[in-house]
Each structure stands twice: as structure tokens, then as C-alpha cells.
Write a protein that binds this ligand. Structure first.
Ligand code: UDP
Length: 313
């Protein structure tokens, strides 16, 4: 199996590459423009005979003979995707167009990394796939949210119009090793702040909720989806239904790191969703998948990872 992973040096992409190269039958092309991804994430894979890194921006077309395409490329943390919003939108829209065209030429399957952000500030809770969302088309999150929505549309239109095999997953908040400590996400921020003895930055009153999925669980769901029967196109939610407020998360991080850090409250970013939790009935039914790692266990592994980075620094 010749497999392309776009965004392969990013958080999810590099964890996925690590999993895929374990099978010697696979040959993995890891594509990344290194905008938010890092070679450090795939350093250990570079010596593998079945792994190849290519520096490339998927906004531009590429030619590779592949059987499967995991399209993970796109900055995903709000500060990162808002830094160059025009490029973010191009990455989602031109990127998936280029990947669907590649799939069409080589009869490959495309798995699109979509997101819970397609639900926006959801008015239905928890969010099932049939919910169409509550998204601001003109706000500061729109370059990401609307880009990902348009990318889903292109997947389904290529499927209906040209018969391209597609798989669309909607990923809810995920965390774990290889997420850049400066990513700006709540778990990477809180853990690194706690380890450095800095104040934990809580946005708003900290009562907004998120559901956090440990990366190994997510990768298992993604690989199952890619290799599921052809008629399973999705969209399928992948995430952990355990729901926590940011205050609860801060408490857990402080407890596990035995940190004396305090909480400091900052303004809530614009369009920040109040509540988010996946309805994963479809993933359970179609893929026999559900997450296994609870937050306290996943956090312990994540803390260990960030501790090792601090020691190396
Ligand atoms: N958040 C926070 N402190 C931080 C970073 C984020 O309180 O240092 C909040 C953020 O406002 C949001 C939640 O944590 O309500 C999750 O944010 P994140 O950026 O991790 O992911 P999002 O779900 O917003 O994409």
C-alpha cells in the first residue's frame, strides 16, 4: 500500500505516520510545508526504508502514485490558523482539490480530516453528524471552519460526480505527545504553564466545555475509517464524549503536575464555542470504535512528553 499523509509532520499526521510505517507492507509519503509541523516529529522515522519526507505545500498540485491519501494538512489551532487566514482557507480548499484530483488520477481513496468546528457554536448538544451547525461565515474562525466545510463539500461532489472513494471524519479536540508546546491549545498551554510554574491562562470564566480525545485512540479510529467498506463515506465524528469545563481541566493539570501555579483569567476569544461533545454512535456502529484512554491517563502521558522536551531544552 502506497500511502500519502499530508500534514505528516504535524501533531496528528506524525502520530499517524508512526502508526502506518510499523506495517512493512506500507510505503509512507509524509508531505508537509513545515508551517506548523516540525521535522522533529518525524526524526525517528527518517531512517525507515518505508518512509519518505517531502517538503511541499498542498495549495500547489503534486504528482505521486498512491493508493490512499490521508489529508491532514492545515494549521488547526486558532492562533496558528488565524495568523494567515487567507492561506488557511487555501490550504483547506485548494489542498483537498489537489488531493481529490490526485486520487482521481490514481484511483486512490481520500480520507479528509474534517473537524468539530463544522458545527460552530453548536445549538444541539451533543453534536450528531446530521446537525448542520451554527457557523459564522465572516468571523475570525471562519477561515478554518468554512474552509473545512467547503472541503467536505468538495469530497462529496467528487464522490458523486467522479466516483472518487472518500472518507470524511470530524475530529473533536485531541491531545497527546507531539503537539507543539507552543501550539496555543488549552492542554498544551495548561501543561506547559504548570510545568514552568507560570499562571494557567483560562479564557473567559472557564465554564465552557470541551471533550478531549487521546491521540492514540483517535489514530485507531482514523485507520479503521480508511480501511472500512467503500460505502462508508462519513461524515463520522471521532472524539471522546467525556466532557469537561476548562476549570476542571486546569484542576486536573495542577493536581497531576503538583504545580503551585495560579489561574489567571483572560478575555474569551471571539466566536469561542461554549459547549462541545461528540455523539459517537455512528463511529461505534460503523467502525466498532470508541476511545479507551480516559483524560487522567492521557494527561499523564502528555505531561511526561512535555517534561522530556523541557529537560532537552
Ligand atoms: N483556552 C483556555 N486557555 C488557553 C487556551 C484555550 O482557556 O490557554 C480555552 C479556549 O478559549 C476554548 C478551549 O480552551 O474555550 C479549547 O481551546 P483550544 O484552542 O484548545 O481548542 P478549540 O476547541 O477552541 O479549537
Amino acid at each position: 500500500m502506497r500511502i500519502l499523509v499530508t500534514g505528516g509532520a504535524g501533531f496528528l499526521g506524525s502520530n499517524l505516520c508512526e502508526r502506518l510505517v510499523k506495517d512493512p507492507e506500507n510505503y509512507v509519503y509524509c508531505l508537509d510545508n513545515l508551517q506548523t509541523g516540525s521535522l522533529e516529529n518525524v526524526r525517528e522515522l527518517m531512517d525507515r526504508p518505508n518512509f519518505e519526507f517531502i517538503e511541499h505545500d498542498i495549495v500547489e498540485p503534486i504528482e505521486l502514485n498512491v493508493d490512499q491519501i490521508y489529508n491532514a494538512a492545515c494549521p488547526a489551532s486558532p492562533p496558528a490558523y488565524q495568523a494567515d487566514p487567507v492561506h488557511t482557507l487555501k490550504t483547506s480548499v485548494f489542498g483537498i482539490l489537489n488531493m481529490l484530483e490526485l486520487a482521481r488520477r490514481h484511483d486512490a481513496t481520500v480520507l479528509q480530516f474534517s473537524t468539530s468546528e463544522v458545527y460552530g457554536d453548536a445549538l444541539v448538544h451533543p453534536q450528531p453528524e446530521i446537525y448542520w451547525g451554527n457557523v459564522n461565515p465572516d468571523g475570525i474562525r471562519s477561515c478554518y471552519d468554512e474552509g473545512k466545510r467547503a472541503a467536505e463539500t468538495l469530497c462529496f461532489d467528487y464522490h458523486r460526480q467522479y466516483g472518487v472513494r472518500i472518507k470524511v471524519i470530524r475530529i473533536f479536540n485531541t491531545y497527546g505527545p507531539k503537539m507543539n508546546p507552543k501550539d496555543g491549545r488549552v492542554i498544551s498551554n495548561f501543561v506547559n504553564q504548570a510545568l514552568r510554574g507560570e499562571d494557567l491562562t483560562v479564557y473567559g470564566d472557564g465554564k465552557q466545555t470541551r471533550s478531549f480525545c487521546y491521540v492514540d485512540d483517535l489514530i485507531e479510529g482514523i485507520v479503521r475509517m480508511m480501511n472500512s467498506p467503500e460505502e462508508i463515506t462519513g461524515p463520522v465524528n471521532l472524539g471522546n464524549p467525556g466532557e469537561f469545563t476548562m476549570l476542571e481541566l486546569a484542576e486536573e493539570v495542577l493536581g497531576q503536575t503538583r504545580s503551585k501555579s495560579k489561574l489567571v483569567f483572560h478575555a474569551l476569544p471571539k466566536d469561542d464555542p461554549k459547549q462541545r461533545r461528540p455523539d459517537i454512535s455512528k463511529a461505534k456502529e460503523l467502525l466498532g470504535w470508541e476511545p479507551r484512554v480516559p483524560l487522567n491517563e492521557g494527561l499523564a502521558k502528555t505531561i511526561k512528553y512535555y517534561q522530556s522536551l523541557l529537560v532537552r531544552a
